[in-house]
Write a protein that binds this ligand. Structure first.
Ligand code: PMP
Length: 350
């Protein structure tokens, strides 16, 4: 077939999500989902009556959920923007603050950043990580362009301190700094409180990981109301009803059930520490993780082969073909039983 794609997008290298295979039951440790179900309050909120109301559009302003998120983090509704996953928040931000301009993000980070950069036409600088895979904050000081940093970073799991994030934000007063905190609940230091102090900071988070709502697609940004208004202009130029009715209810029930959230996060952290110990006992090098996954490699072992051997045995992890990280596996932290299965399959292989 002749290509009808506009010239500008002919070379667009789209994002590849982690596989969601259906050929067999896998121990699924490849897309950083939670192994636990959403809060029971979420189930209570999705009643038959609410399902019937799907005949009506959702609230384009998402007022109730924005109020609940704002109350949880000590802000006002005007400081909160909802996204269909935090991916959509990132998209709004790239459109609003990067299109036709310049930005910088780490060379090894979330694979969607370069895709959005390409989509909106941004001159994107990719700053290399240090030898130990940490982010060198000096690369982001006073850069005169939009800064995007995942903290904790993915797929390394390594985190910057809040003090270091503040140095970056303070040194770029004339540019937006977006801190993507998709994994912050598992041990990172959130920069949310800095939004009170800096009008150039956007913090974005997600309900996909620590709140077990990946399939509901819900993320949010907290920022100065001016930045939220800018991103809202993009949203209303694109998809005003971006969050469906059931997700609005699920999100509110979830954020109001803090006890359930804390318990699950604590369990994941314990399971992570356990997994790190077991991997290290077997000679793996594991980067220090503040996330719900670990990034690990073993000397003399080929990452892709290890990934395929695990897959054959019913355990799915994530492997990236990128040169510097091609021998690493990114392993999502699941239940203790899932982690024991992973370890026993690794024992079979090595
Ligand atoms: N940021 C980072 C760093 C991620 O790893 C992910 C998950 N793929 C996202 C954002 C987006 O997650 P979601 O759209 O499910 O909120």
């Amino acid at each position: 077939m002749k290509s009808f794609m506009v010239k500008r997008y002919e070379g667009l290298d789209a994002y590849t999500p982690g596989e969601q295979p259906r050929d067999m039951e896998y121990v699924k440790l490849n897309t950083n989902e939670s192994p636990f179900p959403p809060s029971p309050k979420v189930l209570e909120a999705i009643t038959g009556e609410e399902v019937e109301k799907l005949k009506l559009y959702s609230d384009p302003e998402g007022k109730d959920l924005r109020d609940a998120i704002a109350a949880h983090y000590g802000y006002k509704r005007e400081n909160v923007l909802l996204g269909n996953g935090s991916d959509e928040i990132l998209a709004f931000a790239f459109f609003a603050f990067c299109a036709g301009e310049k930005c910088i993000f780490p060379e090894i980070s979330y694979g969607f950043y370069p895709v959005y950069a390409e989509l909106v036409g941004t001159d994107a600088e990719k700053a290399p990580l240090c030898d130990d895979f940490s982010i060198d904050i000096n690369d982001y000081m006073n850069v005169g362009k939009t800064v995007i940093i995942a903290n904790p970073n993915a797929p390394t799991g390594m985190a910057l301190s809040r003090a270091d994030v503040e140095k970056i934000v303070a040194s770029n007063k004339d540019n937006v700094v977006l801190i993507d905190e998709a994994y912050v609940d598992f041990g990172g230091e959130s920069a949310v409180e800095l939004v009170h102090k800096y009008d150039n900071l956007i913090v974005c988070q997600t309900f996909s990981k620590s709140r077990s709502l990946a399939g509901a697609r819900l993320g949010f940004a907290i920022a100065h109301e001016g930045l939220i208004a800018d991103m809202n202009r993009i949203k209303y130029s694109y998809n005003p009803y971006n969050i469906n009715r059931l997700t609005l209810l699920a999100g509110k029930a979830s954020i109001e059930d803090d006890g359930y959230f804390r318990k699950n996060v604590q369990t994941i952290i314990e399971n992570r520490e356990y997994t790190v110990r077991e991997l290290e006992k077997r000679g793996f090098c594991v980067l220090p993780s503040s996330a719900n996954f670990v990034f690990a490699r073993k000397d003399g072992k080929n990452g892709e082969e290890l990934y395929l051997e695990l897959k054959k045995r019913g355990v799915l992890v994530r492997h990236f073909k990128k040169e510097r990280i091609k021998d690493f596996l990114r392993i999502t932290i699941g239940t203790r039983e899932q982690m024991d299965t992973l370890i026993s399959k690794l024992d079979e292989i090595i």
